[in-house]
Design a protein around this ligand. Structure first.
Ligand SMILES: Cc1cc2nc3c(=O)[nH]c(=O)nc-3n(C[C@H](O)[C@H](O)[C@H](O)COP(=O)(O)O)c2cc1C
Length: 331
């Protein structure tokens, strides 16, 4: 596979964590990078400067100690405001700026941003140009295949992106109207890849190494981008990277491996957000780690009642020790 490059940054392996609001915070990005992601895109930050000083935004803009390249997503609809947001984030450590034109969320689309922008091609061009001109770092763009199945304009948008200096393009194989329904399709991503020279990241429904390889083969994309498949499974990046490099599957992580990863993740969440918010945010991740096995339902119930960091970690450790014992007996 050819080298995947965004501006001066080599993306190796070409397996990337997708931006997910409320999920891809700094603790999760660091974890995914440590477990093999070649790039991890931040949660989107608002382009409205009135929101930049809130506690939530400040946490989102904390990139201290994050391995490069630090990629920060911005969302909005006004070229001037987006340019300003890009500058602000670069001053705060962003090494790549990613523009969100892929998100169907109401909050974003109501104000004519996210994937709703795909309906207004001249505006897309103005936004892209304004942001690219505003900063010296590479600017990437994340889109869907179009706004509905009758209007799949990803190809036009991709050319606009390329002509206006976008360094790489991520395409989610659904239209905005599809939301997250049905299955992602990869033909449009393949057509985009064939039409432009900039690197293309293929995104949508990749949850296994085999699927990652299939999508890369089918689209000829330069990298694969993983969103929901990484929730509670941050080791998916090394699994995919290993499979792409060798054609072999890594063994499933043992309960002890999962426990070590999860306890480290919990500790980082508690530290990063403080105990109260950390415990609350960790519940969401605990639910994802525990989603694969039916016996985990009881664990979720118990661990969700923990109010302190210590209790949350203790219950988690105890549960996975029991799992490890039964795993060893079964093996
Ligand atoms: C909880 C959640 C939050 C998301 N937030 C964003 C976001 O802030 N910006 C964005 O461009 N896409 C966002 N997305 C879309 C993902 O980046 C990705 O395109 C989508 O989930 C499809 O990939 P997947 O099938 O691998 O999950 C979000 C998706 C989820 C599930």
């Amino acid at each position: 596979m050819a080298r995947m490059q965004i501006g001066p940054y080599r993306i190796d392996p070409p397996v990337v964590l997708a931006p997910m609001a409320g999920v891809t915070d700094k603790p999760f990005r660091l974890l995914c990078k440590r477990l093999g992601a070649g790039l991890a895109v931040s949660e989107m930050t608002a382009s409205d400067p009135r929101l930049w000083q809130t506690r939530k935004s400040l946490k989102r803009m904390d990139h201290d100690g994050e391995p490069e390249p630090v990629s920060v997503q911005i969302a909005g609809y006004d070229p001037g405001m987006l340019a300003e947001a890009a500058r602000f984030n670069v001053a705060n450590g962003a090494q790549i700026i990613d523009i969100n034109m892929g998100c169907p969320a109401k909050k974003v689309c109501n104000v004519w941003s996210g994937s709703a922008l795909l309906q207004d091609e001249p505006l897309v061009a103005r936004i892209v140009k304004a942001v690219v001109d505003a900063v010296d770092v590479p600017v990437t763009l994340k889109i869907r295949t179009g706004w509905d199945r009758q209007h799949k304009n990803a190809l036009t948008i991709a050319r606009i992106a390329e002509d206006n200096g976008i360094a790489a393009l991520a395409v989610h194989g659904r239209t905005r109207a599809d939301k997250y329904e049905g299955e992602a399709e990869y033909e449009t991503i393949a057509a985009v890849k064939a039409a432009v020279r900039i690197p293309v990241l293929a995104n949508g429904d990749v949850t296994t190494p085999q699927q990652a390889k299939h999508v890369l083969d089918a689209t000829r994309a330069d990298a694969v981008m993983i969103g929901r498949g990484a929730q509670g499974r941050p080791w998916i990046f090394r699994e995919i990277a290993h499979y792409l490099a060798t054609g072999e599957l890594l063994p499933e992580p043992s309960p002890r491996d999962v426990s070590n990863i999860l306890l480290g993740h919990l500790e980082h969440l508690h530290l990063f957000y403080g105990e109260q918010a950390g415990v609350r945010i960790a519940r969401k991740h605990l639910g994802w780690y525990a989603k694969d096995r039916s016996e985990n339902a009881s664990f979720r119930e118990v661990v969700n009642r923990a109010e302190t960091a210590q209790e949350q970690s203790r219950l988690t450790r105890a549960y996975f020790e029991t799992l490890q014992d039964s795993w060893r007996i079964a093996a």
